[in-house]
Structures are given as structure tokens and as C-alpha cells.
Design a protein around this ligand. Sequence first.
Ligand code: FE2
Length: 248
Amino acid sequence: MIDIHSHILPGLDDGAATIEEAIAMASCAIRDGTKQMVVTPHVKTRTYPSKQTILNTMANLQGVLQEKGIDLVLLGGGEYRIDPELSRQLAKGELLTINDKGRYLLIEFSDVAVPDYTVELFDEIIEQGVIPIIAHPERNSVFIEDHSRLYELLANGALAQLTSGGITGYFGEEIKEASRAFLEKGYVQFVASDAHNRSGQLAQFRPALREVKNLLGEQLGHRILVTNPRKMVRGDLMKANEFMKKVV
Ligand SMILES: [Fe+2]
């Protein structure tokens, strides 16, 4: 399995606070069958970590895991808070796309807003050949209340990633319902742990994957859980869900 969204890098954000916690997270992930993990620390435009800091911290943790015989492969990335500056920073090579392939960029919104400039910003990113991945839309109240706001962005070329805790009910019933609705409407291309520590969402990852297969069936479940993450880390293009439904 490939987990495409995690906060395992120690000391960069509200994820793993120490190298010991990062090691514990890696051990739990391996035990659950995860072989590759994309590191996606929170990045806000004016408060780094920079691309180089992320890569250096990742290389350091990878070395420690190797020494300890923990066979988890780390891949670079970042979870970028939406900001009108993102497209300019991307053009200057300052952002770390998933696995540094220049194809997918993970972007998060606040829990309560979708800025007016989002469509334009996404267009500017897509014009650079990079596909915006919307992190956990099921936790944003605008998307929850009006699914067409999410659909608009997806129809325009973005893709969506749910978090495991949203699917299992870890964040409550409303978010669970939204997760289920987005899955059933074909809005979701990825499911990831968004793990911040050894328990929490990391422990929800396996149950969430089972739930996705129960809901969508073996074939589509396999695409979301296996095929799409593989394409993402390779930087390969993928097609949107052909059955995406327009509005509520
Ligand atoms: Fe995250």
C-alpha cells in the first residue's frame, strides 16, 4: 500500500514531534501493510518548511529507519495551505510536488472556507501541467453544505483525497456522511491516512480502506486504493472518474 498523505516528519508541523514518534508511526504503518509513505508536512506560504528542509528532514528520517531495519520508503511532498501565491511559487520551483515529479500538488483548505480565487488559482496551476489534489474536502463546511462547490473544482481538473478518519467516523457523523456521499458520487480519487501520530488517523487507515471497498466494490476500490496512488507517486496522469455525478 502507498499512503499519500502523512505528517510523519518530526518537528516540522503538528505531526510527529520527535524522531521517536516518527519511528513509531513508521513501525505501525509497516505493520498495517503500508510500504511507501508520502511525507506531506503542512506548509503555509509565509511560514515554511521550505522544499529543501522537507527533503533534508525526510532523508534524515529515512536513514534512521534503515538503521533500524524498518522497511518504509518515504517519498517527498507537502500539504500546501491554499494561497494566491501558490501558482507563482510553483512556477519558481519552490513547491514540492508529490514525489517531486512535477505532476500532483496536495492543497488544503481551512475547515470553513473556499476562497473566491480558488478556480483561477487552480487554472494557473493546471496550466503548468500540475494537478491540484484537494486534501480532505469532507472536512470543509462549504463542500459539505454544497457538493456542487467541490464538483466545480473537480470538473475543472482537480482531484480529491479523503482521509481515513473521515470515512470511519473518527471526525463525527456529519463528516462521515459527506465522505460516503463524495465516494458514491465518484468525487474521490484517493484515500490516505493524514496520520499525525502513531494512533489517531493512522489506526483508521486499514478500516477506511475496507469501507471503501465495501461501498464501491472490488474494481473501483482497487483503483482508489492501489492504482491511483501508484500513478500519483510515479507522476503518471490518471483519468477522472467517468461516473462523477454533477450535483446533489
Ligand atoms: Fe494533513
